[in-house]
Write a protein that binds this ligand. Structure first.
Ligand SMILES: NC(=O)c1ccc[n+]([C@@H]2O[C@H](COP(=O)([O-])OP(=O)(O)OC[C@H]3O[C@@H](n4cnc5c(N)ncnc54)[C@H](OP(=O)(O)O)[C@@H]3O)[C@@H](O)[C@H]2O)c1
Length: 327
């Protein structure tokens, strides 16, 4: 049965965005992508009421942005919200302590890549432009603030976001307090619960929208991994699910599976966990298949998980530190 997609308010911007958004990294950069199926998945998402789409120049050097632009132009009847990201000038993910604003986001680079993104999208403006890595040490540097403000006043972007580095939800708090940032994109899932410690409260106080990314821990919480999983050269998951991480991840997913009620699937619980916190405006799973779009739309329609289930999932929190393989 078709149910209209729930919307939530995107922080102080007030945009009514779909609770289920769409992550557009994998479709331009991961192995196993079939373009026809991706096109059908995107259309299925629009049909299901998805209105928030997250891309980046870094996803295939503009390839993902081109796909999003085509989708938006094909649906002039729908208000589809577009979010992209400026790559760091040194093309190093994540940023590291000691990287300067000049290393990553000097003002001319901010403008150059905003123009590149708009060209790839084929659109006159972006709703949200995010920094693709971030260091809170840059918070008070007026150069990024002025550069983004100029882009906003010129109508090239409507809002400013920070995509905070993996497992560092604290690494943007001072920046949010400048009042210059409208949205934060952060990893938030059953394993990675640390955004609840401090970030979400700050966002709620300031009216900063939260975009919950990587709800499936890059696929493990969607039940896609076994101890023998391998990925081809060039696929990010070959590094992320390498020898140090694959075994411990599979063990934890097995433990989680064993604790779930029999009438729910792991992907459903994982996705509903990410939308259960009221600070979250939208969750953006990567989805390259129609079946995944439909399953995820149905899961989000079932709403927040009951508190006892959330309580039980607390024990599956997994705090990790940045490693050479974690990007
Ligand atoms: N630094 C950053 O700013 C940054 C970093 C990472 C990600 N992101 C953003 O966050 C988005 C989401 O993260 P992600 O794509 O890396 O990882 P993710 O959403 O945690 O996982 C994506 C994986 O889950 C699978 N999946 C989705 N729905 C499923 C379902 N119902 N059942 C089974 N499997 C399902 C997908 O399969 P299929 O693809 O086969 O459908 C894909 O393999 C990205 O696309 C990107 O927009 C941003």
């Amino acid at each position: 049965m078709f149910r209209p997609m729930q919307t939530r308010t995107f922080g102080r911007l007030g945009w009514p965005v779909s609770t289920l958004g769409y992550g557009m990294w994998g479709l331009a950069s991961w192995s196993g992508t079939e373009r026809d199926e991706v096109d059908r998945a995107l259309e299925a998402a629009v049909a299901a009421g998805v209105t928030f789409f997250d891309t980046a120049w870094g996803y295939g050097r503009g390839a993902s942005e081109q796909i999003l632009g085509q989708l938006v132009r094909a649906h002039p009847e729908r208000r589809l919200f577009t979010a992209s990201k400026i790559p760091p000038k040194n093309l190093t993910w994540p940023s590291q302590r000691g990287f300067s604003l000049d290393d990553c986001f000097p003002p001319d680079h901010i403008r150059e890549y905003t123009e590149k993104s708009l060209e790839a999208l084929g659109l006159p403006a972006l709703d949200l432009m995010q920094f693709h890595v971030w260091e809170d040490a840059w918070a008070r540097d007026e150069r990024w603030q002025r550069a983004m403000d100029d882009l906003r006043r010129e109508g090239l972007i409507r809002a400013v976001g920070v995509s905070v580095n993996r497992w560092e939800p604290w690494n943007c708090l001072e920046t949010l307090r400048t009042g210059m940032v409208d949205a934060v994109q952060v990893i938030y899932n059953i394993f990675d619960q640390a955004p609840e410690d401090e970030l979400f409260g700050v966002c709620q106080t300031l009216g900063v929208a939260v975009i919950a990314r990587v709800p499936f821990d890059e696929g493990s919480l969607a039940g896609q991994l076994t101890a023998d999983s391998t990925f081809p050269e060039g696929d990010f998951r070959r590094i992320y699910f390498g020898p140090e991480n694959l075994g411990p991840t599979v063990q934890r997913v097995d433990a989680l599976r064993g604790a779930l009620p029999t009438d729910v699937t792991l992907p459903e619980v994982a996705l509903r966990f990410s939308v259960s916190h009221p600070a979250v405006a939208t969750v953006i799973p990567g989805m390259r298949r129609v079946a995944h779009v439909r399953a995820n739309a149905a899961a989000v329609a079932r709403g927040a998980l009951p508190s006892p289930v959330i309580g039980a999932l607390r024990t599956h929190r997994w705090d990790r530190s940045i490693a050479s393989w974690s990007l």
